[in-house]
Write a protein of this length. Structure first.
Length: 104
């Protein structure tokens, strides 16, 4: 029996892996849920409302930003965060494609 040739987009899968690693932390998921609930929110509201240290919140937001999960915008001295839903959708598609290949 001959196996079908499988093509995996390694670059897309690598990016998706980085995003999944960023998501694989309970505190980052809590921060993302909070951002999602408010659509756009400034960093002060995040750490004050969630009762987190500013430095810890900033570290986790940095990881999410580097993974491309959140988008920042500046308004005066405040930095506002929102979720890049398109990026998350791309990651989900890449993972789904990879899992489909694995099934066959």
């Amino acid at each position: 029996m001959r196996k079908a040739k499988v093509t995996i987009n390694n670059e897309r899968l690598q990016v998706s892996s980085e995003v999944l690693r960023a998501l694989a932390h309970p505190l980052r998921m809590k921060i993302l849920e909070f951002i999602d609930k408010h659509k756009t929110i400034n960093v002060n509201k995040i750490y004050n409302t969630l009762k987190l240290e500013q430095s810890i919140t900033s570290q986790h937001l940095r990881i999410l930003r580097l993974a491309g999960i959140v988008i920042t915008s500046r308004e005066g001295k405040f930095i506002h965060y929102s979720i890049d839903y398109a990026k998350i959708q791309t990651v989900l598609k890449a993972v789904d494609s990879f899992l489909e290949v694995e099934k066959h």
